[in-house]
Design a protein around this ligand. Structure first.
Ligand code: ADP
Length: 470
């Protein structure tokens, strides 16, 4: 005996199963998710099936049991399939059709041929318990995989309903309860309460799974952005340290370079002083000396400015950069080192105004690394030449540096440009890897090869800037 009408309870549970998924679908509609659609429509069908049970005394026999049971079976297949889509392991359509047919045939055999209400009930409930257990396990798997607290709730709700149905199945089997759904007993009451709770948990839980996922995705996006910013910051720091290291290594030759204009200034100033003391100098002669001093002062200050610009930490600034001009500027920076190696840097007549959009300092750093590697590679070669070529073949602008050294070793060809690969006793193996990442950061690349006639060929390829934009 139950304190309320069982058909009314069925109607309430059925209505909940129709309304809750409808509300859930409205929330999840914007996601256009196939699994959300399957889950919500499965819930709605299940609700209709339960409502048919509630109307049992008012509708024909075929609609109350066969139709209601088919709807409930199909509904749970849909919900299981929704979860399987989420777990990327959907059932095939053919298997679903076979399972549904199998369910219907056995049902009709017990119903129409044997006319055995207990067997019919046991079969239907057995299939439902199987499906609900499957949904429980799938939700559990999803809960662990994501991880999602909402999915645990869904698993819990479905698990309890499956257990309640199992109890009812056993109760009917041993004869303590009737298969008729509207002849209530404690087992029916328990099943109804569990189903009612699951109607809410199932819908709210499914929304929760998507909300949790959205929140997780937001976090992941924020973390990825932070990581990207951090690695960009570290990358800039490493690049700056590499520039400082390069200039540190070049300091002797840069000092020598600076010494020349300073010595010339000193000599000019002494000559001028001497001339003035003797009173034998014309204004024109003095003017010429002052002009020389001015020229050499400018030269010295240009050298200092180049070093300062190169070494100073500056935020990235993308501007049109003329590749030819940049190649000459950096060649001046290494000119004293080239003299020390007794090497010549040749420039092939390059088309004027091959421009790219980029950070002047970062691009200079690539060219500096490539020049210095070429010069160092020449140390053991009888012929000591470096050739620089610039070309533009839309959409690419290319700066190619060839040298007459021994070229890359087979291992060097494979590994050069990977961090910390070096064949030099005092090398760090970071120059080419920094250069590669700067080139990639500018939308281009740095390729390393050996020339047909020997020697290394390093090619910097960057997206060319159309003449109008440059
Ligand atoms: P490092 O100069 O500190 O060794 P790099 O990353 O600039 O670091 O160069 C890595 C390696 O690539 C060098 O040690 C050398 O073996 C090889 N390499 C680079 N440029 C040349 C070149 N022009 N000729 C031959 N080998 C080169």
């Amino acid at each position: 005996m139950t304190p309320f009408s069982i058909p009314t309870a069925y109607l309430i549970v059925g209505a909940m199963y129709v309304l809750m998924p409808a509300a859930a679908w409205m929330v999840l509609f914007g996601l256009r998710s196939r699994s959300a659609l399957l889950w919500c429509s499965g819930g709605g069908l299940f609700g209709l099936g339960i409502m048919l049970l509630g109307f049992r005394s008012h509708i024909p026999e075929w609609a109350s049991y066969p139709l209601a049971n088919s709807l409930m079976f199909l509904a749970n297949m849909m919900r299981a399939q929704a979860l399987r889509y989420e777990l990327e392991a959907p059932w095939r359509g053919r298997n679903i059709a076979l399972a549904s047919m199998g369910f219907g045939l056995v049902y009709e055999y017990f119903h129409a041929v044997l006319e055995n209400a207990i067997l019919r009930f046991e079969w239907t409930t057995f299939c439902l318990v199987g499906l609900l257990t499957h949904i429980t396990l799938l939700s559990w798997q999803m809960a662990r995989q994501e991880p999602s607290r909402s999915a645990y709730w869904v698993a819990g709700g479905y698990g309890v309903t499956a257990v309640m149905l199992l109890v009812r199945m056993l109760a009917v089997w041993i004869g303590t309860s009737a298969p008729d759904a509207v002849l209530g007993g404690l087992d029916v009451l328990g099943t109804i309460v569990a189903a009612l709770a699951t109607s809410v948990i199932g819908s709210v839980g499914f929304i929760g799974i998507f909300l949790e996922r959205a929140r997780r995705n937001d976090w992941a996006a924020v973390a990825a952005r932070a990581k990207q910013e951090e690695s960009a910051r570290l990358g800039a720091q490493i690049a700056q340290l590499d520039r400082q290291r390069s200039l540190g290594e070049m300091s002797a030759s840069l000092g020598h370079e600076l010494n020349q204009p300073l010595t010339a200034i000193l000599v000019d100033a002494q000559v001028a002083q001497h001339g003035l003391a003797q009173g034998r100098w014309s204004t024109a002669q003095l003017g010429e000396l002052l002009h020389d001093i001015e020229k050499n002062t400018r030269r010295a200050s240009q050298i200092i400015e180049r070093i300062r610009r190169f070494i100073r930490p500056t935020p990235e600034q993308r501007r049109p950069v003329d590749l030819g001009q940049l190649a000459h500027e950096v060649a001046q920076l290494v000119s004293s080192e080239a003299r020390a190696y007794r090497a010549q840097i040749h420039f092939a007549t390059s088309p004027a105004g091959v421009c790219v959009l980029g950070d002047h300092i970062q691009l200079s750093q690539i060219v500096l690394n490539v020049y210095r590697n070429a010069l160092q590679a020449l140390a053991q070669s009888p012929e000591r030449e470096v050739w620089v070529e610039i070309e533009c073949q839309e959409p690419w602008a290319t700066l190619r540096v060839r040298d007459s050294g021994p070229g890359f070793s087979p291992l060097g060809l494979q590994q050069a440009g990977s961090p910390f690969f070096t064949t030099k006793a005092d090398g760090l193996g970071v120059g080419l890897s920094i250069s590669k990442s700067i080139a990639q950061h500018h939308g281009g690349g740095l390729t390393l090869a050996n020339g047909d006639a020997g020697g290394a060929v390093v090619e910097l390829r960057l997206p060319a800037l159309p003449a109008a934009a440059a």
